[in-house]
Design a protein around this ligand. Structure first.
Ligand SMILES: NC(=O)c1ccc[n+]([C@@H]2O[C@H](COP(=O)([O-])OP(=O)(O)OC[C@H]3O[C@@H](n4cnc5c(N)ncnc54)[C@H](OP(=O)(O)O)[C@@H]3O)[C@@H](O)[C@H]2O)c1
Length: 245
């Protein structure tokens, strides 16, 4: 039985992962921001669970609470071996361009809060010489585009941080999994027009569980985004800056 901490547990994708883990019999500690949504998430998972499910409502941008949060999760679960960091916000690129506070909000919810959590969790797993730290990033972090470069910057910086952690923790037997997602049909993207490149939270959840079980390094989900982003990254900047992608 794994002892799993899910941060941002109210996310549609995290909930899909939680359902699989609950059915597989792993113990879960869920952290979500909205208490009403969290109660529904917890109930949904408890119905399927074969092991304990705990929850805590917390705004994860409150970094001063992170050490206590992790210690409580570990005490309740009786240990900790797997962590999924799923929280994040798209925000508004246009608002961010006009207002530094809006930019900082996007950076806090998609990068700074994750860095605080990962710093503490990395030390915890390094000390134990085991554990899996999985973090949802985005293909938006692979190249800056005018329509979402603040969000993309946060996700890209997160991937670089994960790369450094992986390099540091590899010799301690700790896996650091960068889950680079493409378009997923969730509340975050409810206003977007959907097309053939879109995936369901359930399909993405399944791929995430698979990647975590293998201790993969960098995983594009769904898989075809690896090739799409390879092409996008290979476009020369002199051309890319003139495109509207
Ligand atoms: N959907 C996509 O196309 C897509 C693509 C690439 C990457 N991603 C990433 O996938 C992850 C999950 O997103 P999703 O698509 O599943 O969207 P979602 O269902 O809207 O979930 C996002 C979750 O993040 C939580 N959250 C945001 N700020 C938080 C904070 N300060 N403290 C605690 N929780 C916070 C929200 O919690 P509450 O509900 O409790 O407020 C919300 O449940 C995000 O990191 C997102 O950036 C999504």
């Amino acid at each position: 039985m794994k002892k799993v901490l899910i941060l941002g547990a109210n996310s549609a994708i995290a909930r899909a992962v939680g359902r699989i883990y609950a059915e597989q019999g792993h113990a879960l500690y869920l952290v979500g921001r909205d208490p009403a949504k969290l109660a529904a998430t917890e109930l949904d998972l408890k119905v399927r669970a074969k092991a304990p499910v705990f929850s805590l409502a917390s705004d994860l941008t409150e970094t001063s609470r992170h050490a206590e949060l992790i210690a409580t999760a570990e005490a309740k679960l009786g240990g900790l071996d797997t962590v999924l960091i799923a929280h994040g916000e798209l925000g508004s690129q246009l608002d961010a361009q006009k207002d530094v506070a809006a930019t900082m909000r996007i950076l806090n919810s998609n990068f700074i809060s994750q860095v605080s959590l990962m710093t503490l969790l990395a030390n915890n797993f390094e000390h134990k010489k085991s554990g899996t730290l999985a973090v949802i990033t985005s293909v938006a972090g692979d190249r800056g585009r005018k329509t979402n470069y603040v969000y993309g910057t946060a996700k890209g910086a997160l991937s670089i941080f994960l790369s450094g952690l992986r390099n540091r923790l590899c010799s301690f037997g700790v896996s650091v999994v960068d889950l680079r997602l493409g378009f997923v049909d969730t509340p975050m993207t409810s206003s977007f027009k959907k097309g053939p490149l879109w995936a369901s939270p359930e399909a993405v959840g399944k791929a995430i569980v698979h990647a975590i079980s293998r201790g993969d390094d960098i995983v594009y989900v769904p898989w075809f985004w690896r090739w799409i982003m390879l092409i996008i990254r290979s476009i020369p900047e002199t051309l890319f800056k003139r495109l509207s992608l």
